[in-house]
Write a protein that binds this ligand. Structure first.
Ligand code: ARG
Length: 460
């Protein structure tokens, strides 16, 4: 790394030590903020001219220079000097190299402290919108899968033990609800991201006659921040974003866990396409659900990013501190990981076959309609506790005699409660069990179809 002249060098007698340059530099990771940094600088320069802080000709020169730099950066035509401390200084140096002395006027009435928050806000607004789009694609796929499976019966589980039959559509829509909350959470975060920090300068504002509303408007911020110290110290919007990402990852990890289990020979409920699985280097028979496992694993990283940002902010004195430079890597990691996982997961799910016969078989055996026997007895006037006890004894009898509930004779049933009639065989039919739960939120085909309609109406 070549040593460079620092913009603050006036006060210093010695050059920065080389190791310090490397230690303090953030360019290798904040480089990706360049489109936002340039967008913000163009708005700032225009405001400076409108306020007659710099001349219109100077602003034009600065803006033209910045636009050229942007174009060249996008084409990969320039390499920024690695000796620069961060993206702000690297772009400013390049600007001055291109347009001369006037480049030095850009930083009037601004500090890197409000500049970096601006870059982060512009970046995160954009990324949040992309993530909301990815969640929306996933929800569309879930809706499609739900619509295809309003008659597919599978065993529902609690404690990973067969509990009651449910529709596969109901299962997909359960995740639909989770991801809908996630999208809302991200969208809500945009309200707090979407606040212009420009004008806060280092921490106290500026004595120059700036127009904060003007820059805010140019950068499409509906609001401007209300306290210059808070403006440069605040990273709540980043913590919130990583929290929202963590919840989304958590939801994905739970879905993945089910798909991993369902892909096992023991379950056999799902088969992920070859294109979205990997093999084993030693065991030729294997087809592994690696994507699902990696998504589950990467959830841990995003939680780590959340812990990193919360710990970074804890006890930090007012206002800006260099510690805050460490907000970027966890944020970028959370953004990239969440986006990748949403993308890959959606592709994988779209390329998974569900074995509806296997699911139905699994729902048939076991005692997933036991609750319905108890509820049948309740309808006959038996107290629920007693009905539970009677049904429990019936199940125990089935286990001992290795029979399913449908295989017991009416005489068998009557041994446990005299009031049983042949209706019981209808009650324990899977379709009956499912369709009895027809209230809002229940798994009956009618209730699920109603929810599908509602979602379609809302997402139109
Ligand atoms: N690279 C810094 C950051 O990420 C930018 C602000 C630096 N400000 C300063 N006074 N050193 O936070």
């Amino acid at each position: 790394m070549a040593q460079t002249k620092k913009p603050w060098s006036g006060r210093f007698q010695k050059a920065t030590a080389k190791d310090v340059e490397e230690f303090t530099s953030s360019l290798h990771f904040d480089y990706r903020l360049y489109p936002y940094d340039i967008e913000g600088s163009i708005a700032h320069a225009q405001m400076l001219a409108a306020q007659k802080i710099i001349s219109r000709a100077e602003a034009n020169k600065i803006c033209a220079g910045l636009k050229n730099i942007l174009r060249d950066l996008e084409k990969g035509k320039i390499k920024l000097d690695a000796a620069d401390e961060d993206i702000h200084m690297a772009i400013e140096r390049e600007l001055t190299r291109r347009v001369g002395h006037v480049g030095g006027k850009l930083h009037t009435a601004r500090s890197r402290n409000d500049q970096i928050v601006l870059d982060m806000r512009l970046f995160l607004r954009n990324q949040t919108e992309e993530i909301i789009g990815l969640i929306s694609s996933l929800r569309k796929l879930l809706l499609k899968l739900a619509k295809e499976n309003t008659n597919t019966i599978m065993p529902g589980y609690t404690h990973l033990q067969k509990a009651q039959p449910v529709l596969l559509a109901h299962y997909f829509l359960a995740f639909g609800e989770m991801f809908s909350r996630d999208a809302e959470r991200f969208a809500d975060g945009i309200k707090r991201i979407n606040v212009s920090p420009l004008g806060a300068a280092a921490l106290a504002g500026t004595g120059l006659p700036i127009d904060r509303h003007k820059t805010a408007k140019m950068l499409k911020f509906p609001e401007i921040s209300k306290n210059s110290m808070d403006t440069v110290a605040d990273r709540d919007f980043i913590a919130e974003f990583i929290f929202a990402s963590s919840v989304t990852m958590m939801h994905l990890s739970r879905f993945c866990e089910d798909l991993i289990l369902w892909s096992s020979e023991e379950f056999g409920f799902a088969e992920i396409s070859d294109a979205y699985t990997t093999g084993s280097s030693i065991m030729p028979q294997k087809k592994n659900p690696d994507i699902a496992e990696l998504v589950r694993g990467k959830t841990a990283r995003v939680y780590g990013d959340l812990v990193a940002i919360m710990t970074l902010l804890k006890g930090l004195p007012m206002a800006y501190n260099r510690d805050l430079q460490e907000d970027k890597e966890p944020l970028f990691d959370a953004v990239d990981t969440t986006k990748n996982c949403l993308m890959l997961f959606t592709q994988m799910l779209g390329n998974t076959k569900f074995n509806v016969e296997k699911m139905r078989e699994a729902a048939e055996d076991g005692f997933s309609s036991a609750t319905d026997i108890a509820e049948y007895l309740v309808k006959k006037g038996v107290a629920f506790r007693e009905a539970h006890e009677i049904t429990g004894r019936i199940v125990a009898y089935c286990l001992k005699s290795e029979k399913q509930l449908v295989e017991l004779s009416l005489a068998d049933y009557r041994k446990f409660y005299k009031g049983f009639s042949s209706e019981i065989y209808d009650v324990i039919k899977l379709e009956k069990v499912i369709n009895a739960r027809k209230h809002i939120g229940g798994t009956a085909t009618s209730a699920v179809a109603e929810r599908i309609k509602e979602i379609e109406r809302k997402t139109k």
